[in-house]
Design a protein around this ligand. Structure first.
Ligand SMILES: [Zn+2]
Length: 165
């Protein structure tokens, strides 16, 4: 299922997956213009699948505007499920720290693929060193969270446990 995205001035700009269109709708970045006669259902809510949506704000760079999961310290922790990516320790908002895989002092960026959730002891053990220098290994390579994961979480907030597509 594909969705046509119109700019705020109704000019067509792109065709996206329905998942991406749903995220734009649920984050109130876009409004529904026309829907398919198909639904995403849950026990308490149902969402009509978007066929055409229109962005609420005029954009010149759609890729930027549609960047649905903003990079932030908290979102990195959420992506890593509040688990230290070195020793697997379970953490929480108070105990989690953000580790730069390539340290900032060595040019490492604040980005999805250079930061992970880390416990205090692993973070201080690694210190200002790279993975090679510290002989530490990551549980999994860090990436930008997948769109489907984001959608699943967003639907979960609407108490959608199942959605039949
Ligand atoms: Zn750790």
């Amino acid at each position: 299922m594909k969705t046509l995205v119109l700019n705020a001035g109704y000019e067509p700009i792109r065709v996206v997956s329905w998942e991406k269109a749903m995220i734009l709708l649920l984050t109130e970045k876009a409004e529904m213009i026309k829907a398919y006669k198909r639904f995403v259902r849950s026990a308490r809510h149902s969402f009509q699948l978007p066929q055409i949506i229109k962005l609420k704000r005029y954009v010149t760079n759609f890729t930027l505007a549609a960047g649905v999961i903003a990079y932030s310290r908290h979102n990195v922790f959420k992506r890593d499920k509040f688990q230290c990516q070195y020793c697997a320790k379970k953490l929480n908002e108070k105990t989690a720290t953000l580790d730069h895989i390539i340290p900032k002092s060595k040019g490492g960026l604040d980005s999805w693929d250079n930061t992970v959730c880390c416990c205090m002891s692993c973070n201080s053990h690694k210190g200002n060193r790279t993975l090679e220098e510290s002989h530490m290994t990551l549980m999994r390579p860090p990436r930008r969270p997948a769109l489907r994961v984001a959608l699943r979480e967003m639907l979960a907030e609407f108490e959608c446990e199942e959605w039949g597509i």
